[in-house]
Ligand binder design. Structure first.
Ligand SMILES: NC(=O)c1ccc[n+]([C@@H]2O[C@H](COP(=O)([O-])OP(=O)(O)OC[C@H]3O[C@@H](n4cnc5c(N)ncnc54)[C@H](OP(=O)(O)O)[C@@H]3O)[C@@H](O)[C@H]2O)c1
Length: 248
């Protein structure tokens, strides 16, 4: 079989974004990824501090990543610095091209993204790193997150998405510095309701150079949301499991 050129693969996907064929073809690599043996085409929504950092780690690991922005031209330096496996595009293109999505926007944008891209987002696996901060995202949304837990609230605004909370607990500079460090790797807590999505997310956490710790279902994501015991813990997986009383 001829070897597939990854650059042309991503470019081709970008060119044909919008085609139903692309969406159904996306399921195969996701299955393979859940088994831990494939590189995926990833779509990053919000390519700022955390999206740019984690997306960049995936590029270095060999994934094709489409970094998106409402102003894709502003991502020229980011993608140029990452090489051929990184491309810039619109949010719509990231949603369509990404076999798996990474959401890293201010929390106030989450409901709007759910409304605007809801149909295309249905059944997509999405890693959600967004935190609700009252001063930035509004008192009402922050209070809703405090009351119901962030995993439940994110899913409420992103219905039909196979959501996994991930990469929300530490500053991007810590992720950049500690990625791929010698064992024990830095732990990244994750949580989701869809077992296959959680497996895919765990593989992507490993590919970025960290050690995934499955904390539980989306309802359990409150255990590592802002202000909770699992938040801000730059520790190993064993230490995080101990702090959260999880079985080793
Ligand atoms: N910074 C960290 O270390 C860190 C760590 C963990 C979690 N988080 C969480 O991750 C999220 C992103 O934080 P950040 O520090 O990376 O922010 P950031 O640097 O400001 O980047 C956020 C990006 O979101 C995009 N964006 C904003 N509104 C949008 C909308 N309505 N639709 C689509 N894209 C939109 C912006 O892109 P364009 O303007 O180019 O479209 C911007 O580049 C936040 O929820 C934050 O709490 C941050």
């Amino acid at each position: 079989m001829p070897k597939q050129d990854p650059v042309s693969g991503l470019r081709r996907a970008l060119l044909s974004a919008g085609g139903a064929l692309l969406l159904s073809a996306a399921l195969l690599p996701v299955r393979a990824k859940a088994q831990g043996n494939a590189k995926s085409r990833l779509g990053v929504i919000g390519s700022g501090h955390i999206g740019g950092t984690i997306g960049g780690l995936w590029v270095k690991n060999g994934h094709e990543v489409l970094f998106s922005s409402r102003h894709p031209e502003e991502l020229a330096d980011l993608v140029a610095g990452l090489g051929a496996n990184a491309q810039a595009g619109t949010v719509q293109q990231a949603v369509e091209v990404g076999e798996v999505l990474f959401l890293a926007v201010p929390y106030a944008a989450v409901p709007q993204i759910g409304q605007e891209y809801g149909v295309s987002l249905k059944d997509k696996i999405m890693l959600d790193a967004c935190n609700a901060v009252a001063q930035r995202d509004g008192e009402a949304l922050a209070a809703e997150v405090e009351r119901d837990g962030i995993g439940i609230v994110s899913q409420r605004y992103l219905p039909g998405v196979r959501l996994v909370r991930a990469f929300n607990t530490l500053n991007y500079a810590i992720f950049a510095r500690e990625a791929n460090r010698p064992d024990p790797k830095l732990a990244v807590p994750i949580a989701g309701d869809d077992p296959e999505a959680v497996k895919v997310a765990a593989e992507l956490v490993r590919d970025a150079g960290f050690d995934p710790v499955v904390v539980g279902k989306l309802a359990d994501a409150s255990r590592f949301q802002r202000g909770a015991p699992g938040y801000g813990q730059a520790v190993s997986a064993a230490e995080l499991r101990q702090k959260l009383s999880l079985t080793p």
